[in-house]
Design a binder for this molecule. Sequence first.
Ligand SMILES: NC(=O)c1ccc[n+]([C@@H]2O[C@H](COP(=O)([O-])OP(=O)(O)OC[C@H]3O[C@@H](n4cnc5c(N)ncnc54)[C@H](OP(=O)(O)O)[C@@H]3O)[C@@H](O)[C@H]2O)c1
Length: 308
Amino acid sequence: MNKSILITGANTGLGKETARQLALKNETKKIILFCRNQAKAGAAKKDLEEQTGKKIFDIIIGDVADAQSVRKAVEKIKEPIDAVILNAGGMVGKTAGEITSSGMNNLAATNILGHVILVDELIKHGKLKKAVLSVSAEAVPGVKMLGMKPVAMKTSSEDEFAAVIDGSYFGKNFDPVQAYGYVKYAVTMWTLAMARKYPELKFVVMSPGNTGGTNAPDNLPPAMKFMLKNLMMPVVFPLIGGMVHKLEVGAKRFVDGISDDRYKSGVFYASKEGKLSGDVVDQSTFYTDLKNTTFQDNADKAIHRFIK
Ligand SMILES: NC(=O)c1ccc[n+]([C@@H]2O[C@H](COP(=O)([O-])OP(=O)(O)OC[C@H]3O[C@@H](n4cnc5c(N)ncnc54)[C@H](OP(=O)(O)O)[C@@H]3O)[C@@H](O)[C@H]2O)c1
């Protein structure tokens, strides 16, 4: 039972809807909305209070792409938290390939850096009691029908993960759409390593599936955004079946991931092979690199090269 939950990127999209669904559970006594923008966070809090009738939302401001910002934010957390949902992220948009002060590019910093620091700091200060949910994507195992190739690292060595994280792996023509799956693979493997390191905590990885009603398409290149919004989401995906779902359905995967004992620590759950919606399954049953504990530890070590 999770009484207190922190959700990153909780002002919109999946993060905000997850906060709404969790607030409606009787057991939930406090939800921390971890957001980078005070005005957006304030508006989300007001809206969530109106929608749920609950006054249980606190705001903590922090930018997950900025190490110092996250460390300062953690200092503001006074009481231990039961569960953390590492939701902030996405394809980031035009600045995805820019190198941040950590040495990670912005895509990796946004999807990995702050989340790893947040969890490390919470554990170090005895402020994390039960569960962590990392957000990944079907982009990792790939979706053949859509021409989405699986992430295929040659060795999954520490150096190779570090190259993914600083962007050098992709050479001069950095494409965030391609790099996204690799970055999510790195954060997935880190989470699986953490599950082994901290058996007393639950570390689950969950993909929300292909979820409509979020701002994610805004960060795609314009032609892709147009195709997705006007053709794929409304026409093609519904025709194929098992390829898209509503915001409530994607967010429920996160709620179940931390609340339901059927979801086990050390497992990456996402849609069935070749699908983007429907039931979730353990991805390691067909994407076997996930089982490799050396690869998992390599991701963990590579990420920590960038954390001083
Ligand atoms: N939608 C999908 O189909 C889908 C599929 C697979 C995985 N996912 C994953 O699900 C998660 C949520 O995505 P979404 O679709 O809900 O996207 P979204 O609507 O764009 O929401 C992303 C959230 O992350 C926040 N965020 C971004 N960068 C941040 C930073 N540096 N510091 C703090 N907060 C930051 C955003 O804040 P601002 O409002 O301030 O930008 C926003 O609250 C992401 O990790 C994404 O990769 C989504």
